[in-house]
Design a protein around this ligand. Structure first.
Ligand SMILES: [Zn+2]
Length: 377
């Protein structure tokens, strides 16, 4: 079966993150077992109680309790939702060398390429074993990969994490962190400010300080990124109930993207120190910060054999990604090197009319086949 046909079958299986991914993992497990691999499911329930599955496929000689492999090809099975008006979202459609469909680019293209590439190698005869890893819930915070990292079931020396990078190896990525800040005040009639305490004025004082933290964060730089420092954003703010009431509460989001080499908590600690300093001057400064997400940055050395090999095979110099991926979880699971790599462009992902170029898809098959030969044979 050609890579385009496999991709068409994968696109047909609706695997939007909110649904169970049972259909697509069952399809993948059946294909892997037909090739002589052992398919192991790692089920869990998501926050809404929906059953999700991570799937790891390895040659039968690999120890089931702790699957140690040389190379893992990792692809997430879920996709972002699609507009119901996109009639062909689940029907792979080719136009002028581009293959359109939800997930075609992010990341079923990579999965189809991996499934095709492994047919070029004798899987059960490899000197160093290969694993195929299929995860759930990547698009909603890499939740499947985080579950898998907790099980400690897999240890891969090298990992190729599928994401659309136009076949450019990406060896580092910023982290992703999010917190919610709630500032409290005391409501009162706005004609008598002394009777209350405005949560919005308080939040404004804090946010002004957060802006100076954002400036200070520019001092620590990582030259491989653009921009080369940890960025900070207050994306949403809500507060108050009426124009003539002193605001009793103000909430805002705080998002930061740490560079590799800096603790994910660093920016948060700087902001906490600002809150403490405001408290020192206003005894009743009421403020609560809650971390909602704390995903580390990741970096694989430019000299890693995996980076070098993918550079040679793709003819492209390794770079860095600004978006979140499952690479940090693979590093957490013990990988010495993780590289993000795959066909299609991240700019076309997540859009109606998402596509993967057919030539890139086929080149990806060749590159993955050669990488498997290089590291596993
Ligand atoms: Zn993706």
């Amino acid at each position: 079966m050609k890579v385009e046909q496999i991709l068409a079958e994968l696109v047909r299986l609706d695997s939007v993150s909110a649904r169970s991914n049972v259909e697509i993992v069952s399809y993948l497990a059946a294909r892997m077992e037909a090739l002589g691999l052992c398919a192991r499911m790692f089920p869990y329930r998501d926050a809404a109680g929906v059953k999700k599955f991570n799937l790891i496929c390895v040659p039968p000689q690999v120890d089931a309790d702790r699957m140690e492999v040389e190379l893992a090809l990792v692809g997430h099975t879920d996709t972002v939702p699609f507009d119901p008006a996109w009639a062909d979202a689940l029907t792979l459609t080719e136009r002028e060398g581009k293959l359109y469909g939800r997930g075609a680019c992010d990341t079923k293209g990579f999965i189809a390429a991996a499934l095709t590439a492994i047919r070029h190698v004798r899987l059960t005869n490899l000197r160093r074993p290969l694993a195929l890893v299929f995860t759930a819930d990547e698009e909603v915070g890499c939740l499947g990969a985080k579950q898998l990292a907790e099980t400690r079931a897999l240890g891969a020396r090298y990992a190729i994490v599928g994401e659309p990078t136009s076949l450019q190896p990406m060896r580092a990525g910023k982290g992703y962190c999010l917190a919610e800040v709630r500032v409290g005040g005391r409501e009162g009639h706005s004609a008598y400010p002394a009777l209350g305490a405005s949560a919005i004025f308080r939040a404004a004082r804090l946010i002004a300080r957060i802006e100076t933290v954002a400036e200070a964060l520019k001092e620590q730089q990582h030259a491989a990124f653009d921009p080369p420092y940890t960025t900070l954003n207050v994306g949403i703010i809500n507060g108050g109930t009426a124009k003539n009431i002193i605001a009793g509460e103000c909430r805002f989001t705080l998002e930061w993207r740490p560079i590799p080499g800096q603790a994910a908590t660093h920016a948060f600690e700087l902001i906490q120190a600002e809150v403490e300093s405001l408290r020192a001057t206003e005894a009743d400064f009421d403020c609560r910060l809650e971390i909602l997400r704390l995903d580390d940055a990741m970096e694989t050395s430019a000299d890693s054999p995996l980076v070098r090999e993918l550079e040679t095979l793709s003819g492209q110099t390794a770079s860095t990604v600004a978006f979140g991926t499952e690479a940090p979880q693979l590093i957490e699971m013990g990988a010495e090197a993780a590289v993000v790599f795959g066909p299609g462009q991240i700019r076309t992902a997540h859009r109606t009319g998402e596509f993967v170029p057919a030539d890139e898809l086929n080149t990806c098959v060749e590159i993955l086949a050669r990488a498997i030969q290089k590291f596993c044979q």
